[in-house]
Ligand binder design. Sequence first.
Ligand code: ADP
Ligand code: MG
Length: 275
Amino acid sequence: MNPHHPAIDAARIELLLSELRLPGIKGLWPKLAEQSDKDGWPAARFLAALAEHEMADRVRRRIERHLAEARLPAGKTMATFDFEAVPMVSKAQVMALAAGDAWLDKGANILLFGPPGGGKSHLAAALGLALVEGGWRVLYTRTTDLVQRLQVARQELALESAIAKLDRYHLLILDDLAYVTKDQAETSVLFELIAARYERRSLMITANQPFGEWGRIFQDPAMTLAAVDRLVHHATILEMNVESYRRRSALIRKRSAGRPAASATIRNTQSPEAE
Ligand code: ADP
Ligand code: MG
């Protein structure tokens, strides 16, 4: 307790701050009060410092929560993404998308197409991370996992509320649309989701095949057309037609390994993915 103000009950302050849900101030005030007393701060300065701290703390904790709920794959960031490997993708455009705002506000979509290993999931996750850090709420999920969840909800006659709950995410990242099975029941929950979010909440979808092949995802051609129509109406399409990044970097490693047969042999046994 502060010796200069014996009438102030520090324990009571702590209690009040807990009750008021001000954990940032609760953690900081004893130290700051001491400094304030020592340096003779005006009361307003002390209060302002506490309020600023609480605000910054709140923003930080909110983003931490959003990061945990987003289920982003670890380590897939903008910083670790090599844009030179996908020359057809504009880094400036991706950075603008990473800032969110305009496209998320109107519920526009991003579609990433390209063969396996081209970096679709990495780029989608990196965009998701940047958006979470910018204050948006994101959920990253394999398309099959989400479809399964929605299918269960439908069996329990709760599909509508399950889809409505996903509204809290400004962006849903559906990874690998191509792997959704052809089962009619599954495809229609996906359609319901696309229709429900149309022009309200954004989707980011990665897929190996562009629309030509989607007839195999949505069994009914009319449904395929309706789904594609809604998805592309307000969409940015990123085509990533590059060779598998893993394969390429394995080849580069192999080439730079040089002539000596011994070294190449060791390399091959150490990294089975090199072929
Ligand atoms: P896709 O989803 O298109 O199949 P991934 O994003 O899973 O491809 O990429 C395969 C692997 O290669 C991942 O480990 C990913 O981090 C890495 N990778 C792909 N493209 C790049 C890139 N341009 N820069 C850095 N790493 C990349
Ligand atoms: Mg992928």
